[in-house]
Write a protein that binds this ligand. Sequence first.
Ligand code: GP9
Length: 421
Amino acid sequence: EEVSADEVLDTVQEVAFQPKGTKYKGIGEGKNVILLQVEALQNFVIGAEYNGQVLTPNLNALIKQDTLYYDRYYTNIGKGNTADAEFSTLNSLYPVIDRECYTLYEQNTFNGLPWLLRDKGYNAFVIHGYKGEFWNREAAYPAQGFEDFYSMEDMEADDIIGLGISDKSMFKQTIDILKEKKQPFFSFIITLTSHHPFILEEEDASLQLKEEDIGTKFGSYLQTVRYADEALGQFITDLKTAGLYEDTVIALYGDHHGLNLNMDDNAVLMEKYLGRTYDYDEMLRVPMLIHVPGSGVTDTISTTGGQVDFLPTIANVMNLEISQPYILGQDLSNAKDGFVAFTAYLFEGSFIHNEVMFEISREGVFEGSRAWKIGTNEPIDASMLEDEYKKAITLKKTSEDILNQNLIQEYLNMDTIKSED
Ligand code: GP9
């Protein structure tokens, strides 16, 4: 049965209120925005070494200066993997498990990050080195607010790795595109090379793998992460050379896991590497950072959050006003209580609340669920967490109501009528 728009709004205000506070508000205001979604980038590689080598030297350097680094950030994708990571990030809504949101809600009205920046005079476009039609991106991007989409068909396919154009070539071509753009711009860039099954030619692979890791998904994954990090490092250097760096906010996050704990020998190899059980909290944890050159602001923010929180978080940094109420995430720079609900890889009702992870039973019912403390894997009595479980279900259900009834459109229309009166 359909819930009324008022009821949905009441629920949103009950379960997803915005924190008060103005920390880091407007520190990036007016600058260009480059948003990088990095394929399969998990958080455990950040600041880490493997076999005596630093895995992500360029990301580490970026985090050290002028960067807000959110280190308890999780992917909350649905069926649409990479595309749902985009969708949730741009709109602060939860995806669904039936199909990618870009197809299900292609015709809906949205008012996410591209629209908010366009309201401020930005030009918003996407760059991605794979087929434009994949995940229905080409068709879905106009409603998302993007004015242009540079896909594989629009770029030079001069260096192909795996599915499409290599990150190094894509970034090189991106510089040429950015140089031509009127500023301020919002460039959403989706990388590709660290895509499963993580295959690189020998000349592109610069890590020295241990004998026992050669040919494993774990070892190959690390190789492609290192490649993506090198591509990113070169991109930042090239932005500086092009005179585009100083006036550009660079935000970055991972879309989803690379190493599924239920596949290959990932669980065993990751446990060996991490020195503790590789569980869902680590598998679903991705880095997120907002780099504001010249801001003098460097901080690690450990409030739990997910892609659903990105929009309010960047809106605070860029001083953007979100004028419609259907926002299910919160500004992580000012929030104290962090919560994220999961849709894929775990059954609905699973969540992380601050330092506790809850996994609903494999039958999808509350009884028989498990919970543990993040970081130590110490078991926690899951039967105590029914309220949070209900909140996870409500958040998911509310997102579906908003999307199925196209409520953002209804709200924006109402608003236009009001202002015309
Ligand atoms: C393809 C890329 C990968 O365009 O974004 O998507 P995935 O298979 O990871 O969902």
